[in-house]
Design a protein around this ligand. Structure first.
Ligand code: AMP
Length: 539
């Protein structure tokens, strides 16, 4: 027997209307590309999203049309999130850190009809414009005065002019909640990037469960500053969560240095920060050097790569901020597990708690997790067995964009990560399955070695890859960026690691470099290093 309740559709326009009714005065603050601070309310933002929706109609945009954006975290991008998806067209966020060939491939594959571009990315789009024939027009996210006069792009429009004379009233269409709402391509470290097409339903459910008290704990008293970009996985769902729960949103634009973030945190009284670990290294360096404590911040969500223990400790002890370690991926909207403060941690010794916080945490409600062996047999949650990490849930991909094949294995999605799960549910990423180092039949986690190394006072960043070895098949070598604050040489790093990892895990060589290669989403790019140093130990 079926229940007798309404089938009310979960729509992105619905959360905007909810925000207008419940938290119209909540602020959205943007540090603009030009350097000024822009400030307005959710109500003003939604009026402009409606003007945009009217303008899209005039441009001939229909439900299902895909519209690309190449933009940073700023208020106009926020309006696009709602104006585009609300009308039933699809917001396709493009990552400006991709190579031009990848941008070209993605725009063509998605068949973007229009592109909305932040001014600094105009040269990148111009460089591929001859090869992206589907695009009918380009809209620059700026006012009339800032419009370029000499662009080679055809049908160039100004965003402010486009929406200026439109009505700020718009009747949102009553879409099916399974209608596609946004599209994001995977970072594609191997092969072509693949599209993940989110729906209104998956987006809303994800924002909802990711913000629960046991997860990100977002409410109308939260002031969120996402450094995590709005061009990648919908900024972890934050733009939607802000509308849903009335949190104040602070958008840093291109100003993500330690100094700029510190100033914004102080002026806007930010309570929650979100971003990948590399951003926080810079923030911690700046606050340490200038003896600043970020007093208003109480939580720092770190994901995308593993959060080092030293970072967890420094945020807690210098800033009284809890590092909320999360894990997920583009295919998961993205959040799957979070290491939130929970009852297990009450009264726990801090050092013991930091150890637990280095794990990626417990599955959030909405995402089931399990580990399996190569044959697909489920492995025990004993904290020791490790295997392929599989996920299932309403925010998780079923098939890639334009693919007829399921991306699932017996109803579960293989994340490509290898992990353990403890008896009380803590998931710990051991490695990407392609990065784990297989030495003499045993496995070494490159992530564990990297995390241990950054605890050394002279190390800023570390990267470990497996390279060929005549006896052991593969052995780890480590690349280190020094922080130039403390002495640091090979011997001292090996000595430092000796009581933190098993002896046979110690890297066979340590190579000092000025910087490490990062991909378009801030992750270490190991493929190039692995290739270049393949024979390093074979000589
Ligand atoms: P992306 O789809 O670009 O967001 O990348 C997802 C991948 O990033 C995951 O499959 C993991 O390999 C990695 N990742 C994300 N969060 C973490 C984390 N907290 N610790 C370690 N790896 C992570």
């Amino acid at each position: 027997m079926l229940g007798n309740m309404m089938q009310d559709q979960l729509l992105i326009s619905g959360i905007l209307e909810h925000a207008i009714q419940t938290n119209p005065n909540t602020e959205i603050v943007s540090h603009t590309i030009e350097g000024s601070i822009h400030r307005y309310s959710i109500l003003e933002s939604s009026k402009r999203a409606k003007k945009l929706a009217n303008a899209l109609k005039k441009l001939g945009i229909k439900e299902g049309d895909i519209l690309g954006t190449m933009a940073l975290n700023g208020y106009r991008h926020y309006e696009l999130y709602f104006g585009i998806s609300g009308t039933g067209s699809i917001l396709h966020t493009l990552n400006p850190r991709l190579f031009p060939e990848q941008v070209e491939y993605i725009v063509n594959h998605a068949e973007d009809k229009f592109l909305f571009i932040d001014l600094p990315f105009l040269p990148l789009i111009e460089s591929v414009s001859d090869n992206i024939q589907n695009v009918e027009g380009f809209i620059i996210l700026c006012d009339k005065e800032s419009m370029p006069s000499d662009s080679k792009l055809k049908n160039l429009m100004c965003y402010e002019e486009l929406i200026d004379n439109e009505s700020d009233e718009f009747q949102w269409p009553e879409l099916d909640e399974n209608t596609a709402s946004s599209l994001c391509y995977t970072s594609g470290t191997t092969g072509n990037p693949k599209g993940v097409l989110y729906s209104h339903r998956s987006t809303i459910l994800h924002a909802w469960y990711a913000c629960a008290a046991n997860a990100m704990n977002v409410s109308s008293t939260t002031v969120i500053l996402p450094v995590v970009p709005m061009f990648h996985v919908n900024a972890w769902g934050i733009p939607y969560a802000v509308a849903m729960f009335g949190a104040k949103l602070v958008l840093p634009g291109p100003h993500t240095s330690g100094e700029a973030i510190t100033k914004l945190v102080q002026s806007e009284k930010v309570t929650n920060l979100m971003g990948v670990p590399t951003v926080w290294l810079d923030l911690l360096n700046y606050t340490r050097e200038n003896n600043i404590s970020l007093d208003t911040v109480n939580s720092v969500l770190v994901g995308g790569s593993a959060a080092p223990r030293a970072m967890i400790k420094e945020f807690q002890e210098k800033h009284d901020a809890f590092l909320l370690h999360g894990w997920g991926m583009t295919e998961m909207s993205p959040l799957g597990t979070l290491n939130a403060y929970n009852s297990d941690m009450q009264g726990m010794d801090l050092e013991e708690r930091y150890d637990i916080q280095t794990s990626q945490g417990k599955a959030i409600y909405g995402c089931q997790i399990k580990i399996v062996d190569d044959e697909g047999k489920t492995l025990p949650n004993d904290g020791e067995s490790f295997g392929r990490l599989m996920v299932k849930g309403a925010g998780i991909i079923e098939r890639y964009f334009k693919s007829d094949e399921t991306a699932l294995e017996n109803g579960w999605f293989d994340t490509g990560d290898v992990s353990t799960i403890s008896i009380d549910g803590y998931m710990r990423i051991v490695d990407r399955s392609k990065d784990v180092i297989k030495t003499g039949g045993e496995w070494i986690s490159s992530i564990d070695l990297e995390n241990s190394a950054v605890g050394h006072p002279g190390v800023s960043e570390a990267c470990v890859v497996g390279v060929l070895h005549p006896k052991w098949d593969e052995r780890p070598i480590m690349f280190v960026v020094k922080n130039n604050q403390e002495d640091c040489d090979k011997g001292s790093i090996i000595e430092y690691l000796s009581d933190k990892v098993a002896k046979w895990w110690l890297p066979d060589d340590i190579i000092f470099v000025d910087e490490l290669p990062h991909g378009a989403t801030g992750k270490l790019l190991k493929t190039g290093l692995r290739e270049e140093y393949k024979n390093h130990l074979m000589k």
